[in-house]
Ligand binder design. Structure first.
Ligand code: FES
Ligand code: FES
Length: 78
């Protein structure tokens, strides 16, 4: 199985308006932490998240989280 690119060993803390978002799981997007389509042709797919009210989320930047798309602290062990 291919390994994702570790973009940063820190979460991206982003304030979101209500709507749907796609977290980049492959680490190749130029629009981190969101997917820009760069995963095409690989085994990675973006992870969808829908928020119903304005909220702040810590998106995983290391791409090793076990609770995608959120940071679960795994980056501290890298
Ligand atoms: Fe990384 Fe789409 S660019 S999942
Ligand atoms: Fe990936 Fe925290 S940034 S687990």
């Amino acid at each position: 199985m291919a390994e994702p690119v570790c973009v940063q060993k820190l979460p991206y803390v982003v304030e979101l308006e209500p709507g749907k978002y796609w977290w980049c799981s492959c680490g190749k997007s130029a629009k981190q932490p969101f997917c820009d389509g760069s995963h095409q042709g690989s085994e990675f797919n973006p992870v969808e998240i829908e928020v119903s009210e304005k909220t702040t989320i810590g998106f995983c930047g290391c791409k090793k989280t076990n609770n995608a798309p959120r940071c679960d602290g795994t980056h501290t062990q890298l």
